[in-house]
Design a protein around this ligand. Structure first.
Ligand code: 13P
Length: 250
């Protein structure tokens, strides 16, 4: 059985006390929740304080990006070792906002995933089609290509990764994929994994859904056979809605 994993992607939101208050509130809400992994992914500047706040609780810490080089002249970038030293365990890689606005490609996603794994971090690798790609009948091609290319050559470490299927048209739009639509793509991703790494490994890899997941739709999405958690944007910025989604996954 795959343990469900619910992660909050705070994106470029929250500073100082607001960030810490949110973590404290999430900790209170989920203190007794077993069987689900809970992750919060604040901006880089809040990571160290967030790590201290998460210590000893069942809330784990993630970051929103990582560079592939170990160190060097890469102004503005953050290495996997830096994340490690800040107390980070998970890192989101290849989010569609990074693909769309910051030139992220399948190749850079793959390099980041390798660097994260080499440093002992768990990558949450995002895939997902745009509305135009879906309407043109290219959803399958895009999702299979992103999955294969993003995870190419990870070796045995691939069993440690998490995948997030986030249809771009559902992110921040309030327009969620239906449970059937999401399940169809999750099953496609699982089949793709089966073909590349075999059933044993593929069946252990968690695939999260992301895109306007909220308390009202979480239970139905999370009860689909291949949906193993959620990557939550807007609804993760309030402890109540984030916790309600987590509890829907228990
Ligand atoms: P929303 O939940 O705000 O749609 O964002 C989803 C997302 O992009 C999480 O990474």
């Amino acid at each position: 059985m795959r343990t469900k994993i619910i992660a909050g992607n705070w994106k470029m939101n929250m500073t100082g006390t607001a960030a810490l208050d949110l973590i404290e509130a999430v900790k209170r809400e989920v203190a007794d929740v077993g069987k689900v992994e809970v992750v919060v992914c604040p901006p880089f500047t809040e990571l160290k304080a967030a790590a201290a706040a998460c210590a000893g609780s069942n809330v784990m810490l993630g970051a929103q990006n990582v560079h592939w080089a170990e160190a060097g002249a890469f102004t503005g970038e953050i290495s996997a070792a830096m994340l490690q030293s800040a107390g980070v365990k998970y890192v989101i890689i290849g989010h569609s906002e990074r693909r769309q606005y910051f030139g992220e490609t399948d190749e850079t996603v793959n390099k980041r995933a390798k660097a994260a794994l080499a440093a002992g971090l768990i990558p949450i690798v995002c895939v997902g089609e745009t509305l135009e790609e879906r309407d043109d009948g290219r959803m399958e091609d895009v999702v299979v290509r992103q999955t294969k290319a993003g995870l190419d050559g990870l070796g045995a470490d691939i069993s440690r990764i998490v995948i997030a299927y986030e249809p771009v048209w559902a992110i921040g739009t309030g327009r969620t994929a239906t449970p059937a639509q999401a399940q169809e793509v999750h099953a496609l991703i699982r089949r793709t994994l089966c073909e590349t790494v075999g059933g044993d490994v593929a069946n252990g890899i968690r695939i999260q859904y992301g895109g306007s997941m909220k308390p009202e739709n979480a239970k139905e999405l999370l009860s689909q056979p291949d949906i193993d958690g959620g990557l939550i944007g807007g609804a993760a910025l309030k402890a109540e809605s984030f916790a309600a989604i987590i509890k829907a996954g228990v």
